[in-house]
Every structure is written in structure tokens, then in C-alpha cells.
Write a protein that binds this ligand. Sequence first.
Ligand code: GRF
Length: 195
Amino acid sequence: MTQPVRVAILFSARGSNMQELAHHLAKPSVGGEFVLAITNRPAAGGIEFCKAQAVPCAVIDHKDYETRAGFEAEMQKALDEADVELICAAGFMRLLTADFVTRWHDRIINIHPSLLPAYKGLDTHARVLADGGKEHGCSVHYMRAEMDDGPVIVQKRVPVLAGDTPEILAARVLKQEHIAYPEALDIVIKTLEKP
Ligand code: GRF
């Protein structure tokens, strides 16, 4: 038996992707262990889930830090203390510095609600609709220093339908996010498994 890969999940709000990953990691066959959650928002809904599941959740409010580097140093400390080997950003709405992302090269992944490299950045659903796009989706990718950049691990596509609003389209994409992220996690864990 190899040791499970020690996984941290970063989130900022509702945390539905974090919860999907938590349920997935709870299966022994997955080969990973959810050892730490970190949120930058003290009011994030996902904190309650962590409490209920008895997963340690570090609340590191970015507003308490004058610089990104200071905020990230605190995150790094929590990650080191928990011996984290892989970070999953799941609806984590803070840009991370090149220093931080480089330190975690190929050990930090992210989910983005678009078919990358299309529609990097915010408000992807509204932008796809405004452009009259016929197709949308989500991507799980390795993080690189540039925002929403990096090799794609898994993508899921959805159609854009007549009558879609940003909210309706977001809900259709979110269902696929909940499938894509566990799939991507399986792929990445396999690359990290220790003999
Ligand atoms: C997801 O759509 C994610 O792709 C985006 O923010 C949303 C977060 O949702 N970056 P949740 O907090 O995981 O429910």
C-alpha cells in the first residue's frame, strides 16, 4: 500500500467543489487524504461543511495582510504544518503570486468555469452568452504564474441553450465541474503516488 497523497483544498465561498472533492477523497481507493482546507473569507459557507466533517479549516483572511506575500506566507505555514503535497484551488478567488505558484509547480491545480484557453477571468457565463457562444464548459488545469493558464487535465463541455441566463448556464456548468474535478484529481494523484 502506498501512503495517501496529502491534499489541501482552497476555497472562498460556497465550496461545492471542495465538498465534491472531500467526498471523493473519503474513498480509500482514491489514494488521497483531505488534510487541510484553507479559506480567505471568514464568512465562507464551506467552513460549516469542514466543521461537520472534522476537516481542519484554516481561515486566513487576506484583509489582515498588507501584501500578497504576507498572506501567502501564512498559507504556506499552514500547508507546511499539515505536510501538504497537493493543493486543489476550488473557487478560490484570490490571485496567487508567481513565487507561490512556482513553489508548488505541478502540485497546485485549479478549476475554471470555461473551456480554457477561452474565457479566462471572471463572469465567464455572461461573456459566453454575450458572444452568442454555442458551447461552454469547465476546465481543471495545473496552475501557472499567469492567471487561468497551465496545462489542462480534464475538460467538460455543455451546450448553450436558447433562454439561458448566466445563472442557468452556470448551474449546468457546475454539475460538470463536480464530475471534472474528481476525475482530474485521480489523474494527478497517480502522478504523485509514492512507491
Ligand atoms: C465555480 O464555478 C468555480 O469554477 C469558480 O467559482 C465557482 C465556485 O463554486 N471559480 P463553489 O464554491 O465550488 O461552489
